[in-house]
Write a protein that binds this ligand. Structure first.
Ligand SMILES: [Fe+2]
Length: 481
């Protein structure tokens, strides 16, 4: 029988997973259950929120917490952990002042509207993703430029405009890598906006870029790419910027989900940059799984919610979270018929889920397996507490659950060296165990999730994180394990 926590215990445990970790560590992990596969050689870079208060004052939203890297380096069956804050301008100034100086997505400066009026300079928290490409390590945040970091020391080198490529644009935290191209997008303006997409080669040279005007306001967090298309989903939002400009409300509180409108699916040719927009019922979702083309149709998987989880105020108060209303989405498949322009949607999973990923060689190709963080029970009213391997060919799945008081973060798929089979690799996920207030890295065999290959216990907790990536280099120069 699977034991589940009471709703109040679950909310308390979940909130505890967003406790600040002010310390910075660097050590070899010695407390290991199981065995680290010797062929697992490289680095898991992860990013996420680290500090939820400054000078005793709570920030308003986890999206605004300062970014902290969590890095796991593997060498010959040994593992080395390091965490380090990204020294953004906001982090340095707020730590020096010991108070909140910046507004954020859901954070206001204390002092009422007078302390916020006409202040549109949101803190670049550099907290959403971390990617190594073309010799550069970037901490990414979707509202601004990336921060470049030293992959060996994790020291912050500074804001990076990619040799002048970026001007007014943002640089999203969800790049896609396909056929050795690094593809990312940015948005400039408020309403209307301009969407810009760049393709960079391994030398970080721009091999393609395109810009498209967009009507109204869009909140793009993620996108999809296939061999011939970029695909963006414009969920129906309205933005009333006036209360934000006047300092009365946070940016988050000025957003309204418009369920009377439609979701627009924007399909842009990678070749001609021609744009086509198809429509479907209103829905919201932060993350997409994968997209592929077949017989003049595009298939895509995405996380769908009926609405955007809007809060009544700008207080964190995560322990008061009610899971009675779904706050995570469900997995859907959407089919875009490029001939008839028809859009069809089909639910694949009832349970709450997030952070879908595939084998990196299958980005833009028809994939069989999707890896996700999921609710431990088949319900859509729960946080993500388990890791799932979902088989899109038959709807069957495998689940690994760490226990009723633990929370499993994004699974990152690492292919076994030299192998191309879609599930021939490892799944790496950071688990927060509220019963011990500690975190560990779990290594699962993607072929069989039943029993972990290894659990690598940290000596402390890590706040629940967002995204990360794997690179085969371990950047362990001079470190002896
Ligand atoms: Fe994301």
């Amino acid at each position: 029988m699977i034991v589940t926590s009471s709703p109040s215990q679950l909310a308390k445990d979940w909130a505890k997973g967003y406790t600040s970790q002010p310390n910075e560590y660097a050590y070899q992990i010695k407390d290991i259950e199981g065995q680290i596969p010797p062929d697992l050689q490289g680095t898991l870079f992860r990013n996420g929120p680290g500090l939820f208060e400054v000078g005793g004052e709570s920030i308003g939203h986890v999206f605004d917490a300062d970014g902290m890297l969590r890095v796991f380096r593997f060498q010959e069956g040994k593992i080395y952990f390091q965490n380090r804050y990204i020294r953004t301008e906001g982090y340095l100034k707020e730590q020096k002042a010991n108070k909140i100086l910046y507004r954020g997505f859901g954070t206001q400066r204390s002092g009422g509207w007078l302390a916020n009026i006409f202040n549109t300079n949101l803190k670049n928290a550099a907290n959403t993703n971390v990617v190594y490409w073309g010799g550069k390590l970037w901490a990414m945040w979707e509202g601004g430029f990336p921060h470049q970091l030293d992959p060996e020391t994790l020291e912050t080198i500074g804001i990076d405009d990619l040799e002048g490529l970026l001007n007014q644009e943002t640089f999203s935290a969800h790049p896609r890598i396909i056929d050795h191209s690094f593809i990312n997008f940015g948005v400039s303006g408020m309403s209307p906006q301009t969407l810009t997409i760049w393709e960079l080669n391994k030398q970080r040279e721009t091999i393609k870029s395109s810009s498209c005007p967009l009507d109204g306001f869009s909140l793009f967090h993620d996108f999809l790419v296939t061999p011939n298309y970029y695909i963006f989903i414009k969920h129906p939002f309205k933005l009333n910027p006036l209360p934000f400009l006047l300092g009365i409300k946070s940016l988050e509180q000025c957003l309204t989900f418009d369920d009377q409108n439609t979701a627009k699916i924007i399909i842009i040719s990678r070749d001609s940059q021609q744009m086509e927009i198809l429509e479907t019922e209103a829905f919201f979702g932060f993350h997409h799984g994968n997209a592929w083309e077949l017989n003049n149709k595009i298939y895509l998987t995405t996380i769908c919610s009926d609405t955007f989880p809007q809060r009544e105020n700008d207080k964190m108060e995560l322990d008061k979270m009610s899971f009675e209303q779904p706050i995570f989405g469900q997995l859907w498949q959407i089919t875009l018929d490029l001939s008839s322009k028809a859009v069809t949607r089909e639910p694949l999973l009832e349970r709450s889920c997030d952070f879908p990923s595939v084998h990196p060689a299958f980005v833009g190709q028809e994939n069989r397996y999707l890896y996700l963080s999921v609710a431990s029970q088949p319900t859509n009213k729960a946080p993500t507490q388990a890791i799932m391997k979902y088989d899109q060919s038959n709807g069957k799945y495998q689940i690994w659950s760490p226990g009723e008081r633990s929370f499993a973060g994004e699974p990152v798929f690492v292919p076994r060296q030299g192998e191309v089979a879609e599930d021939n690799g490892y799944l790496l996920s950071v688990v927060y165990d509220a019963s011990r207030h500690r975190s560990y890295l779990v290594i699962l065999d993607a072929k069989n999730l039943n029993s972990p290959l290894a659990k690598c216990y940290l000596t402390h907790h890590l706040p629940q994180g967002f995204h990360g990536t794997w690179t085969p280099q371990n950047f362990l120069n001079g470190v002896s394990l």
